[in-house]
Design a protein around this ligand. Structure first.
Ligand SMILES: Cc1cc2nc3c(=O)[nH]c(=O)nc-3n(C[C@H](O)[C@H](O)[C@H](O)COP(=O)(O)OP(=O)(O)OC[C@H]3O[C@@H](n4cnc5c(N)ncnc54)[C@H](O)[C@@H]3O)c2cc1C
Length: 384
C-alpha cells in the first residue's frame, strides 16, 4: 500500500493533535514549527468532553488528567457581589471529564506523544515562509536559521495560528480586532486559601473574569476580559486592570492584588468567510481556520475536534476529503460562534438588564442549563 504523507505548519495544540490523528490513520507526517524550542506559553484552558474524547482516543487522557483538575460544574457569579447566579453541570453522562489545565501541560502531553511516534518528524526552528499551490501538491519555502529550503507535499495542514502565514499567502482576509483584551494572572492555590477550587465565571457590565485551578490544583488561573486599554505596557496594564476591577467582589479583588501577572492578549478573530481548505491540497485547522473569542472556552477544543474530523475525512473520502472536512466542520463552528456571541451578551449585560438575566437563570433548572449544551459537550469524534 502506498504510504501517504502530510506536512503540518505549526506545532501548537492544533498542529500536534492533527499530527497524532493523521499518524493514527497511517500518514507519515512532517511538522514544521518556527519556534526553536517549546516554551510554556499561554496560561489556563478549560477542556470540555467533546475535545477530551479525541484526547482519550489518542491515549493521552490519563496523563493529562494527572496534570489537570476535574470540574463537575461551572459557577456563574455576580462580579460585584460574588453571589451565585447559576450552577451549570458540565460533566458528561459517559464519564468523560471536564478539565481545567495549564496550556503548557496539555502541550507537553501532546508533544511527548508526537516525539515518541516514529511516523512523525518534528522540525523545530523551521518556519513556513512561502506556499505555492501546484497541481496536486503544495511547494513550501522553509526558513531555518537563515537558510532557505523548499519542500513539496501532497497535503499541507495549516495549523499556524490566528496570524497564519499560509492564510495570508493565499490572500485570505486578515484577523479582526475584537476590542477586548484578555489579561491573565496565576497564584498558588494555598494563597487563595484553596478557594476558587472549581471553574467560576464572574460577570459584570462590559467585562468578566474566569477563575479555575491548574497544575493538578496547586495553582489558580485568573483571566480578566475587559475592553482594550490602548498603549499600556505590562506594568501599566496591571495597574489599570486592578483599578477597573477594584469595585468588584472584594475576595476576587484581593486575589488579583497578590496574583502574578502573566500578560495581556488583545483578542482577535478569524473572518468567518475564510475557507477551511483549498483545492484538496491545503486544510486549515484551529485558530488558522476559525480563531474565536474565548467566551465559550472552545478555541482549543475546536482545534482538537478539527484534527479528528480531518483524519476521518482523509481516511474515508479519497479525493473529496478536504471538501468533506469543510462541510462537516463549518456548521458546527458556526453554531459554536453563535454560542460565543450569546455568552458575550449574557456575560457583559449592564444593569438593570442583568437583573432579568439573573432571575431567568436562577429559575432555570440545572438539568435544563446542561441540556442546552448537550450538542456541544456530547459530540463524539468520528472513526479515524
Ligand atoms: C485568554 C484565552 C483563553 C482561552 N481559553 C480557552 C479555553 O478555556 N478552552 C479552549 O478550548 N480554548 C481556549 N482558548 C483558545 C485556545 O488557546 C486557542 O484556540 C488554541 O490554543 C489555538 O491553537 P492553535 O494550535 O490553532 O494555534 P497556536 O496556539 O497559535 O499555534 C500556532 C503554532 O504555529 C506556529 N507558527 C506560526 N506561524 C508559523 C509558520 N509560518 N511556520 C511554522 N510555524 C508557525 C506558532 O509558533 C505556534 O506554535 C483561549 C484563548 C485565549 C486567548
Amino acid at each position: 500500500m502506498k504510504v501517504r504523507s502530510a506536512t503540518i505548519a505549526g506545532a501548537g495544540i492544533a498542529g500536534l493533535t492533527a499530527a497524532l490523528c493523521l499518524a493514527r490513520t497511517g500518514y507519515q507526517v512532517d511538522i514544521f514549527e518556527r519556534a526553536t524550542e517549546i516554551l510554556p506559553v499561554g496560561a489556563g484552558l478549560q477542556l470540555s468532553a467533546n475535545a477530551l474524547r479525541v484526547i482519550q482516543r489518542l491515549g493521552c487522557l490519563e496523563e493529562l488528567q494527572a496534570l489537570a483538575s476535574e470540574a463537575d460544574t461551572v459557577t456563574l457569579r455576580s462580579g460585584s457581589s460574588g453571589r451565585i447566579i447559576a450552577t451549570v453541570p458540565v460533566r458528561s453522562q459517559d464519564g468523560t471529564p471536564y478539565l481545567s489545565v495549564h496550556r503548557a501541560d496539555l502541550h507537553r502531553v501532546l508533544f511527548s506523544e508526537v516525539t515518541a511516534n516514529p511516523q512523525i518528524r518534528l522540525h523545530l526552528g523551521t518556519g513556513v515562509t512561502g506556499v505555492e499551490l501546484r497541481e496536486n501538491h503544495a511547494a513550501l519555502t522553509l526558513e531555518s536559521d537563515g537558510r532557505v529550503s523548499s519542500h513539496d507535499t501532497p497535503l499541507l495542514v495549516a495549523a499556524d495560528g490566528i496570524h497564519s502565514a499560509i492564510a495570508e499567502s493565499q490572500g485570505f482576509a486578515s484577523p479582526i480586532r475584537s476590542g477586548f483584551t484578555a489579561s491573565r494572572m496565576i497564584l498558588p492555590a494555598s494563597a487563595a486559601n484553596h478557594r476558587l477550587a472549581t471553574v467560576e465565571a464572574w460577570v459584570g457590565s462590559a467585562r468578566h473574569a474566569v477563575s479555575y485551578p491548574i497544575h493538578s490544583g496547586t495553582a489558580i488561573n485568573l483571566v480578566f476580559i475587559s475592553p482594550d486599554m490602548p498603549d499600556a505596557d505590562d506594568s501599566g496594564h496591571k495597574t489599570a486592570l486592578l483599578q477597573q476591577f477594584s469595585h468588584w467582589n472584594s475576595e476576587l479583588a484581593q486575589l488579583m492584588q497578590i496574583a502574578d501577572y502573566v500578560g495581556q492578549w488583545p483578542l482577535s478573530t478569524a473572518p468567518v468567510q475564510r475557507p477551511y481548505h483549498i483545492n484538496g491540497v491545503v486544510a486549515f485547522v484551529g485558530d488558522a481556520a476559525h480563531a474565536m473569542l474565548p467566551f465559550a472556552a472552545q478555541g482549543a477544543a475546536m482545534a482538537i475536534e478539527d484534527a479528528a474530523v480531518l483524519a476521518h475525512c482523509l481516511h474515508t473520502y479519497g479525493k473529496d476529503a478536504l471538501a468533506q472536512y469543510e462541510a462537516q466542520r463549518r456548521p458546527r463552528i458556526t453554531k459554536v460562534l453563535k454560542r460565543v456571541r450569546f455568552h458575550d451578551v449574557m456575560y457583559h449585560m449592564p444593569k438593570p438588564l442583568s437583573y432579568g438575566r439573573d432571575l431567568a437563570l436562577r429559575l432555570t433548572p440545572k438539568e435544563k442549563l446542561r441540556s442546552t449544551l448537550g450538542w456541544l459537550y456530547d459530540w463524539q469524534p468520528p472513526e479515524f
